[in-house]
Design a protein around this ligand. Structure first.
Ligand code: ADP
Length: 263
């Protein structure tokens, strides 16, 4: 089967204050259709750059990205992108925020009834039924994340890119939202790329974990996580095998932390 995304010898250099910043170097990898791939690495190692490239928001310096077997040129409208920053529009209600992607030009036109059903279905999936008329300012941090998730699912993209979506939340809420994410994702067949600096989070949810090195980001280790699904994120860390995955991936990350980089 053709992978959904292929990265072929990608490199990316930024120019900042007349200096070169080598964000990525020689990244070659594939993302399989339907997999949940977690990417971990020290901060500044190019994880967000890899997602930006996958979304077609920027071009690689050298190398190539293929999406469904074809070179990716321009914005990738088949993917939806959730960043760490909360970008709900404060002046729109929850349902109007969630409806936003349905108004984008290249989407198939839905009738009013279909739109209403689609929005209400996705609000139900993320547990926000009853909050349709609320404004983002009236919601808790976790509810705003759920609204963002509903907004990214509403146009039924093939693939989701998530950049540390739960990074700023407290540990308990993070677990609850991981559980909800898995419940929402498992069985959909959608591809999910999830950037995090939390190794436990990565192993708990992913089919595969990629560890990236310090800048310039290279792929340092790849590990398939063969823990059974459906997974219970609250107890999976105590499952047999979890500790071995953690030890192996941690040893790949550890050297970079010794160099003084924050993970
Ligand atoms: P990560 O997500 O792993 O923290 P990023 O991909 O955000 O890393 O950034 C990798 C490096 O590239 C960092 O040093 C960052 O400052 C730099 N960088 C990212 N985007 C830009 C940009 N648009 N212009 C200049 N430098 C950038």
């Amino acid at each position: 089967m053709t992978p959904i995304v292929e990265y072929r010898d990608l490199s990316k250099v930024f120019y900042k204050d007349n200096k070169q910043v080598h964000a990525l170097a020689h990244v070659t990898a594939e993302v399989a259709e339907g997999e949940l791939l977690a990417i971990v690495g020290p901060s500044g190692c190019g994880k967000s750059t890899l997602l930006n490239l996958s979304a077609g928001l920027m071009k690689p310096g050298t190398g190539e990205i293929r999406y469904r077997g074809k070179p990716l040129n321009g914005v990738n409208t088949q993917v939806s992108y959730i960043t760490q920053r909360d970008n709900l529009l404060p002046w729109r209600t929850v349902e109007d925020n969630v409806a936003l992607p349905l108004s984008l030009g290249d989407r198939p036109r839905l009738t009013k009834q279909e739109r209403r059903e689609r929005i209400s279905h996705h609000l139900e999936v993320v547990g926000l039924t009853g909050f349709e008329k609320h404004y983002p300012g009236e919601l808790s941090g976790g509810m705003r994340k759920r609204a963002q998730l509903a907004r990214s699912l509403v146009y039924e993209p093939d693939m989701l890119l998530m950049d540390e979506p739960f990074g700023a939340l407290d540990a308990q809420l993070k677990l609850v939202l991981q559980a909800e994410l898995l419940r929402t994702w498992e069985g959909t067949g959608k591809t999910l790329m999830f950037v995090t600096h939390d190794l436990t989070e990565a192993i708990s949810i992913a089919d595969r974990v990629i560890v990236m090195s310090t800048r310039p980001g290279r792929i340092k280790a790849v590990e398939r996580i063969d823990l059974p699904r459906p997974r219970d994120v609250f107890s999976i860390r105590f499952a047999p095998g979890f500790g071995d995955y953690f030890d192996r991936l941690w040893s790949a990350l550890r050297d970079d932390i010794r160099q003084g980089q924050e993970v």
